[in-house]
Design a protein around this ligand. Sequence first.
Ligand SMILES: [Zn+2]
Length: 328
Amino acid sequence: MAQPALLAWVLLGFCAAQPVSPRAQHSGFFRVQFGDDQFIALNDGVVNYPISRVLPAATPEAIANGISSNSITDPLAMSYNAFLIRTPTRLVLIDTGTGGKLDNDPSFHGCGHLLENLRAAGFRPEQIDEVLITHRGQDHTGGLTSLDGTRRMFPNAIVHVPKDEFSMILNAAETESYINRAHNKDFARGWIDFTTSAFAPYVRAGKLLAFEGDIEMAPGITALATHGHTPGHTSYLVESKGQTLIVMGDLVLVSGLQFHDPDLGSSFDSDPREAAEKRRRILALAAAKGYWIAGSHLPFPGLGQVHAAGNGFSFSPSASNSAPAPPR
Ligand SMILES: [Zn+2]
C-alpha cells in the first residue's frame, strides 16, 4: 500500500510539503517537512466503531456508497491522532490522546500510545513547550497527566485551553449549574471529574492558561474558533513560509462519508447544525486556498488536502506508512 500512496502524493502535486525519508517513519508517527516546520502526526490508538453509531443519520445507502468509494470498512477503524509541530523555536503539541485512562471503555480500548510514539519520533515529553487543546473530549485531554492523575506528563509545557470550552471547570461557581443543565448528569459529573483531574497538576504549577478568540498561540500558530462539535471546539491554523495547514480537531469523524456530505452530523456533535456549518466553512476554506488539513480521527496519519466536489468535498490523503491495526 505504501508505494501507490507515495505515487499518488507525487501525482496529486503534494509538492510543497515533503515526507521525510520512509526509513524515518514508523507505524505510530508520520513526519512531513512543512516550510520551516516539521509536522509530526502521532497515533494514540485505533478502535473499531460501527459507522451507524458515529453517524446515526447516515442512510444504509450512504454508508454502502462511502464504503465502496472510499476504501473504508464498517465497523470503521477510527484513528486517534495528535499532532506535534516543531517550529524553529518551539515544540507545540496539539492534543494529548487518552493517556490510557479510558481503556475499560470498549470505545477506547487499545488507545494510550501517544507518548511511546512521541519518543519513537525522537522527542521527549519534557521538551514540549506548549500544549494546545482542541476541545473537551477525554481522548484529547487524558494524556496530560499520569494514570494516577498526580504528574504532569509535559512538565515544562504551558497548556492552553479554549475558555468557552472549559469555563465550567475553570470557574467553580459554574460547575454545579453545568451539571444541573446537562441531559445526562452522571456523564457530565464524570467528565468534570476526569477533566478537573487532568488539569489539576498544571493549575497547581501555574501552567494552565485559558484563551479567548482567534489569537496567535505561538509564532505561526493561530487559534480558529470552530464551535459546534463542542461549545468551544477550536482548530489551529499553522503557517510556515507560505504553506498553511488547519488542524481541525473533530470537525470530520468519518472521512469516507462526511467530506462527501458535510451536513451529515455525528452523534458526538453537541450542536449538529453549528458543527456542520463549521465543517463546511473550514473545508471550503482549505479547498479554495489549497491548505492542508489534519484531523484527529481521520485515518492515520490524518493529513491531506480537500477539493470541492459536487455539493461537498473529496479528500486526498497524504502518503502513509502502514497504519496501526485496531486491537481485537
Ligand atoms: Zn475526538
